[in-house]
Design a protein around this ligand. Structure first.
Ligand code: AMP
Length: 186
């Protein structure tokens, strides 16, 4: 099964992607995690991406498309995968379509996790304190949210028009939300 999970920063995409990866035994592909490990490794991609990540801005589409193209061609993705944090812009979504088409893959479902905005800010501030993420401070969070609504939310229409968008309520206990996701995938 080939899936993607979207939703505003703090909605719980990463947490749910890990749960779905455990349940369905498909690869978990988080572009945020890949970029953070490139930053830690001080690679060329990492140094470039950090300039954007530290300000809550989106890294350039071509970097992301390159990373994902390389990642989904690996053997652990042949049984399926869940994309977490990608695509985030229309060019990325179109790039994903092309790359999947070129290797004979079909996207089964785009899961959109929803939750109200105040809840999100609280969750992100808490995560910033616990995980020490440099992009989880209030100013950067506000910027990441703004960018989500401006650049990523329009993708909901893109996937709705393809008939593969499923909206799932992201409020509640982690296992309850995982069950809701698994139910819409049936
Ligand atoms: P995340 O862990 O998904 O919240 O991503 C953390 C940061 O990595 C984002 O705020 C962006 O700066 C960068 N990033 C991750 N995925 C993408 C993407 N698909 N497009 C552009 N930038 C991204």
């Amino acid at each position: 099964m080939k899936l993607l999970i979207m939703g505003p920063p703090g909605v719980g995409k990463g947490t749910q992607a890990v749960c779905i990866n455990n349940e369905l035994r498909i690869a978990h592909l988080s572009t945020g995690e890949i970029l953070r490990s490139e930053v830690d490794a001080k690679s060329v991609i990492g140094k470039n991406a950090k300039l954007y990540m530290d300000f809550g801005r989106l890294a350039p589409d071509n970097i992301l498309i390159e990373i994902v193209t390389e990642r989904i061609s690996k053997s652990d993705c042949q049984n399926g995968y869940i994309l977490d944090g990608f695509p985030r812009t229309l060019p990325q979504a179109k790039g994903l379509d092309e790359m999947m088409h070129s290797i004979g893959h079909d996207l089964d479902c785009a899961i959109s996790l929803t939750v109200n905005k105040d809840e999100l800010l609280d969750r992100l501030i808490k995560r910033g304190k616990e995980a020490g993420r440099s992009d989880d401070n209030p100013d950067v969070i506000r910027n990441r949210q703004k960018i989500y609504w401006e650049q990523t939310a329009p993708l909901l229409d893109f996937y709705h028009d393809k008939g593969i968008l499923k909206e799932v309520d992201g409020l509640g206990k982690i296992p309850e939300i995982t069950k809701r996701i698994l139910d819409v995938l049936k």
